[in-house]
Design a binder for this molecule. Structure first.
Ligand SMILES: Nc1ncnc2c1ncn2[C@@H]1O[C@H](COP(=O)(O)OP(=O)(O)O)[C@@H](O)[C@H]1O
Ligand SMILES: [Mg+2]
Length: 342
């Protein structure tokens, strides 16, 4: 791992752009910001092209945390794009009326577009609302429109109100390796539909004070749904987001979360990165917006880790990418794209 990819600060991502004036002797390519960015982009793409084991069955992951702003949507779209770049076929189900995942994937979701609302409330087949995501092969999205805001209430009076998404997914015939469901910041019927449809819960936790507060309620809901509606459901993955390696708070939160959850916590933390937050306004994931940035590399690495943790396959030991390249036999340690500069 190049040390200059290991940056967690807001201004830290490499900004592509030539710095030398005409007539000047340009410095060696990989010493310029653009050279570094290009090199990292190549590394990122090589890594993506490696190909990872594809799951034997479709893995349905529910990205949930009833707190807003912790990185659910960001994690959903960037992990989905990373998995697709690794060669998987991936569907993102946008279950948040805000439609942020649809926006970030560049998928049309104005009020006339057939959407997940039609699937849940009008029983429209999922295949009639799924759209391919521009620029990323193998990535698809079932968009959310503003109609979904009313669905929490409309669902209440419908038959099988908790399992409408599950039924729609079961009836969907296109082969998929992963389905990632982006939940709204609440534990209402939309989130319950996701928990009934999925087998794995993926919880993004923001590395901030109060990070674990409120999680108890989510964990209880997962238990309730497991007990009554979906025995397959379990918390498979915790991902630490907006990790700022320069602060003690971030490492304290990370330690606390690892102490609490243990092996479910991914070794790869997602750094706080301006590139990650800029990408959605261009209708892109950070993977296409700035492939060589620290945010892009960390999501690719997190995707690799998730792919190697297939619950239905014999487990392949995960080794952080930089250790694979440099010290293949060394004892494994926690890896963070942001750790190198600490
Ligand atoms: N790693 C990150 N670095 C910088 N900004 C981030 C990062 N992850 C998320 N954000 C920003 O934080 C805000 C909340 O993230 P979002 O994914 O929308 O959270 P949620 O879906 O949980 O509400 C967004 O503005 C997003 O761009
Ligand atoms: Mg969101």
């Amino acid at each position: 791992m190049r040390s200059d990819a290991n940056i967690a600060g807001p201004m830290a991502d490499p900004v592509p752009g030539p710095r030398s004036e005409p007539g000047e002797t340009p410095p060696p390519l990989d010493d310029t910001p653009i050279g570094r960015a290009a090199q990292q982009a190549v590394e990122a793409m090589n890594r993506a092209g490696e190909g990872l084991p594809r799951p034997e069955q479709t893995r349905i992951m529910v990205v949930a945390n009833q707190k807003g702003g912790v990185g659910k949507t960001t994690t959903t779209v960037n992990l989905a794009a990373s998995l697709a770049l690794h060669g998987a076929r991936v569907l993102v189900v946008d279950l948040d009326p805000q439609g942020n995942a649809s926006t970030a994937l560049g998928v049309d979701h104005h009020s006339e577009v057939p959407s997940i609302y039609d699937v849940l409330v009008e029983s429209k087949p999922l295949s009639e609302v799924v759209q391919p995501v521009p620029d990323v092969e193998g990535l698809f999205c079932a968009p959310a429109t503003i109609d979904l805001a009313g669905a929490e209430i409309e669902l209440v009076s419908l038959v099988a109100r908790e399992s409408r998404l599950q039924r729609a997914i079961e009836a969907y015939e296109q082969p998929l390796d992963y389905i990632l469901i982006d939940c709204p910041p609440s534990l209402g019927l939309l989130t319950v539909n996701a928990l009934v449809a999925g087998a794995e819960v993926l919880i993004p936790i923001q590395c901030e004070y109060y990070a674990l507060e409120g999680l108890g309620q989510l964990l209880r809901n997962v238990e309730l749904v497991r007990g009554h509606l979906n025995p397959r459901l379990h918390i498979s993955t915790i991902i630490l987001t907006m990790y700022d390696g320069r602060t003690r708070l971030a490492s304290q939160v990370a330690e606390e979360v690892r102490g609490h959850f243990g092996k479910e916590v991914l070794r790869t933390n997602i750094p706080r990165s301006v590139r990650i937050s800029e990408a959605p306004s261009y209708g892109q994931t950070v993977l296409t917006y700035d492939p060589g940035s620290s945010g892009s590399l960390s999501y690719l690495e997190a995707a690799r880790e998730i792919a190697l943790r297939d619950p239905n396959a014999p487990s392949v030991e995960y080794t952080p990418q930089h250790q694979l390249q440099q010290q293949p036999h060394q004892q494994q340690q926690h890896s963070t794209i942001a750790e190198g500069t600490q």
